[in-house]
Design a protein around this ligand. Sequence first.
Ligand code: ZN
Length: 170
Amino acid sequence: MPQASRHLIYPSALGTIIFGNRVIETFKKFQQSDDTKLEAGGQLFAALNEGRIDVLHATVPGEKAARGRYFFRPNRRKEQQEIKAAFKKKLHFVGDWHTHPEPLPSPSSSDVEKASEIFRRSEHELNALLMVIMGTAGFPRGLCVAWVKAAEITVMETNIGISLPDKRDP
Ligand SMILES: [Zn+2]
């Protein structure tokens, strides 16, 4: 029998935000669960359909990313390539994710500054950008999901994890 895939669902003013199983696995893999693990992050790509934002792909740090225990700076060139590649698969750039070495993460002031800057200089279909921070606690508690619009940030309520059929994310 096929195993039901796990999704995290956040109802929001932007639409229903759904994180697919593979994306959740990526967040999990990079959790800073011990002192040696460096901060990680990447971009989020989604299929957009009628009030639904299916986040189907989370990219991972490349070799040229600058990483420390408390910082992560991605390689811009790699990011641009990722956006082009995703666009061919009809996936849109919807925001970024990164890790924090704390159980229940919340956006730092520099996170908000960076996100507002990206919001200003990038093209985005949602009229907002997602900001996802993976802490060290389990799901869904350890995941902070927020969206940024200009200088304003909205952290979403903790969600429900349910199974949902999705052909594109088996
Ligand atoms: Zn942060």
